[in-house]
Design a protein around this ligand. Structure first.
Ligand SMILES: Cc1ncc(COP(=O)(O)O)c(C=O)c1O
Length: 383
């Protein structure tokens, strides 16, 4: 089967993992420090903190941003559930902003209108979590401008977008936000098997999330509330979790950092090949905004459901050895979120996208002959 996405592991990745396994310290060691530093240097931000997933990094970032009970947090429905769950863990009230049909990212006009309405009702969000869908940055500078006007904080969920750019800024620089989160799940730009990272330029967020990752524990005497009782002493000052990345995961992540640019280049060339060869298939192909470099985590097309039955298309492709996928089931339509009073029809663009979206295979190891095969099978199906 040709998968829709998968990791790419090199011999040098394997060598660094082997070396790490022979070390005395296999968690919370210098691979973590090096991995955090490498991402910090790559994206050009002040602080980075590694986590064992983007989900835990998002939750920790919410803690870093002081999200608490009844705070209002907005995100988009067109994302993985972790983009919204992270705020619910602190008792926040979640709401959604619909996407635009062109880029499938947050709709800036819709956002502005919703903010104007919320201001009148005294229900402005404390935090907006913007999601860079499929590897394409949002109009982050516009969101930032609105955040200054309406007074909310911004967390970028850039799980898909390591290596992507907006203007001359790498996603992660957090130039237009308070913090950014990456995922290192196997199918993302680079992998640490599981993993995530928070990037920020804000020292107070950085300090809070470091402790949150470590069960809220500090070993720094200057932060102790009570008297230092000796060299063994530590204090728990927050309620946190064990969200650490181990040294083996960090070895893989660290080794992969060197390959970010080549991975993004390869994903772009695959996307360009689809663009060129599927122009006449009657699909809406992904559109990249002119000021963006996409990391092309996904290649999501939209089909005409009057002409194509999505389920049938899936089965047809699967029978011919090609695995497709769909991104995303709108978050507000999951049973858990329906219990929070969201319903079908609330966010029509995200729902339209779900009804029509199909993610085609895109990954570094996808061979040109396999891609040609995929395109030929799709063309035959369309005919
Ligand atoms: C947009 C988005 N946010 C968050 C996550 C969670 O990432 P992780 O699997 O690293 O927890 C994902 C994972 O697919 C994602 O796509």
């Amino acid at each position: 089967m040709i998968p829709y996405n998968r990791q790419s592991i090199s011999n040098s990745d394997i060598e660094l993992i082997k070396k790490t396994l022979k070390k005395t310290i296999i968690t919370r060691g210098d691979n973590l420090v090096k991995f955090e530093k490498a991402i910090k240097n790559y994206v050009n931000c002040k602080y980075t903190v590694g986590f064992n997933s983007a989900s835990s990094a998002l939750t920790s970032a919410c803690f870093g941003l002081n999200i608490s009970k009844n705070d209002i947090v907005w995100t988009v429905p067109n994302s993985f559930v972790a983009s919204a769950n992270c705020a619910l863990h602190f008792g926040a009230k979640i709401d959604f902003v619909d996407i635009d049909k062109e880029y499938k990212n947050i709709d800036i006009d819709y956002l502005e209108q919703k903010l104007i309405k919320a201001k009148k009702q005294n229900k402005l969000p404390k935090l907006l979590i913007s999601v860079h869908f499929a590897g394409q940055a949002t109009f982050q500078e516009k969101i930032y401008k609105l955040s200054k006007k309406f007074g909310f904080k911004i967390l970028e969920d850039a799980s898909h977008s390591l290596g992507a750019k907006r203007f001359d800024q790498f996603v992660g620089s957090s130039k237009w936000s308070d913090a950014t989160v990456f995922s290192f799940h196997p199918i993302k730009t680079i992998t640490s098997a599981e993993g995530g990272m928070v990037c920020t330029n804000n020292y107070s967020i950085y300090k809070r999330i470091i402790l949150f990752r470590n069960n809220g524990i500090t070993k720094n005497p200057s932060e102790f509330i009570k008297k230092n009782e000796g060299n063994w002493y530590y204090e728990q000052i927050y309620l946190g979790h064990n969200y650490h990345l181990n040294e083996i995961e960090c070895a893989l992540g660290l080794s992969q950092v060197k390959q970010i640019n080549s991975f993004v280049k390869k994903r772009n060339s695959i996307a360009n090949f689809y663009d060129k060869n599927m122009r006449d298939c009657g699909f809406k192909l992904p559109k990249i905004e002119k000021e963006n470099l996409s990391s092309h985590h996904l290649y999501a097309i939209n089909i005409d459901t009057n002409k194509i039955n999505k389920n049938f298309f899936f089965k047809y492709m699967s029978k011919r050895g090609i695995n497709l996928n769909v991104h995303y089931i709108p978050i507000h339509l999951h049973p858990f979120y329906k219990k929070l009073n969201f319903k079908k029809g609330d966010f029509p663009n995200s729902e339209w996208h779900y009804d029509t979206a199909i993610s085609l295979p895109i990954y570094v190891g996808l061979k040109i002959n396999d891609q040609k095969k995929i395109i030929n099978i799709i063309k035959k199906f369309v005919e």
